[in-house]
Write a protein that binds this ligand. Structure first.
Ligand code: HEM
Length: 322
């Protein structure tokens, strides 16, 4: 899988760390209640990732970086928008962190007259004004970096339903920044969420670091991903280095399989992230797909040359019939 802010400049290999063999359950009673509720913000992140899964804020933030991929849809979750721009929403890279901190965000409950659940809409002058290109952050995303309160000593992680403020910073992250207050907050009169020079959410330092340093994010993400996919499982097995990943009888989604550059999101089976099962393939409506790098999946060995010859002849015959 490619992991980089520019296609082609970095490969991410999960094969060496991925272990398979978890039991697949046909049902999971009460699972919906165990998933973090986006509208509860950081208490929900803390409860799920820190208290239940034993992750640190740093690991939890790293895991949330998967929101660089994909989008939210009103018909699925009640939220609407992408966490990033059209190109980056198709790349497994650190743009979630760059987006979160270097753009401006204000609370919103509607997008182009369509009602949405309370979320943060992009507010800076460079935002895409179309409905399909809308960018947003959930409370559980933005709270990682931003906190708000009556004074410096009484800050709580932001919640769009109660904090009517503009989240922005006055410095660059990952080489990007939204500009000055007017440029970042789109002329809104709302207060700043905390101090623009020093965002104070519980994972702010990590969000900044991951935005500036993609390799640091990938290192932490691998640790967090291992925890998320191995929690509570025993007797897991490693993939053999020279075994084609496609032929491994894994009961979990094939995240270890080499996948195209602009991979669909690795939807975790055990740590299902959203209140609804995310559709693995981000919709291509706003983004021209960057050229995928073909996965080097070897031809399955069961079908020999003869079998392929027969299939080709059959195909030719069928085409001839049409
Ligand atoms: C506090 C934790 C989280 C919350 C509240 C949350 C919530 C959501 C919501 C509301 C959506 C939009 C669903 C839709 O409308 O279709 C979504 C999408 C998504 N989530 Fe999360 N999520 C969380 C953590 C994670 C984690 C840890 C991962 C992966 C490691 C992840 C991966 C994804 C992906 C890939 C999508 C996009 C799906 C698509 O494009 O169809 N999420 N999440």
């Amino acid at each position: 899988m490619e992991a980089s802010r520019s296609p082609g400049s970095g490969r991410l290999n999960f094969d060496t760390t991925f272990r398979y063999g978890r039991t697949t359950n046909s049902d999971c009673p009460g699972a919906a209640e165990l998933l973090p509720n986006p509208s509860r913000g950081c208490p929900a992140v803390e409860e799920t990732f820190l208290n239940r899964m034993g992750l640190s804020w740093r690991s939890a933030a790293a895991l949330m970086g998967v929101h660089s991929l994909g989008r939210a849809k009103i018909e699925n979750s009640g939220f609407h928008g992408w966490w990033s721009d059209p190109i980056n929403s198709r790349l497994f890279n650190n743009d979630y962190f760059v987006s979160l901190i270097s753009k401006g965000w204000v609370p919103e409950t509607s997008v182009h007259t369509r009602t949405v659940k309370s979320q943060w809409g992009r507010s800076d002058v460079q935002r895409d004004l179309s409905f399909d290109g809308h960018e947003m952050m959930l409370d559980t995303d933005l709270c990682l970096a931003f906190a708000e309160g009556p004074n410096r000593r009484a800050l709580t992680p932001v919640l769009s339903s109660i904090h009517d403020c503009c989240a922005w910073v006055n410095f660059a992250v990952g080489g990007a920044r939204c500009g000055n207050r007017r440029q970042c907050c789109g002329g809104q009169n709302a207060d700043d969420c905390g101090r623009p020079g020093n965002p104070s959410g519980p994972a702010a330092a990590h969000v900044l670091e991951f935005g500036n340093n993609e390799q640091a994010w990938i290192r932490e993400f691998k640790t967090a991903w291992t925890r998320a996919t191995e929690n509570g499982a025993q007797g897991l097995k490693s993939l053999e280095p020279d075994t084609p990943a496609t032929s491994v009888p894994s009961p979990v989604p094939p995240i270890a399989t080499p996948v195209p550059t602009v991979a669909p999101a690795p939807t975790p089976a055990t740590a299902a992230p959203s209140p609804v099962p995310p559709i693995a393939t981000p919709s291509p409506t706003v983004a021209p797909a960057p050229t995928p790098i073909p996965a080097s999946t070897p031809e399955p060995t069961r079908r020999g040359k003869k079998g392929r010859g027969r299939k080709r002849r059959r195909l030719k015959r069928n085409i001839g019939r049409k």
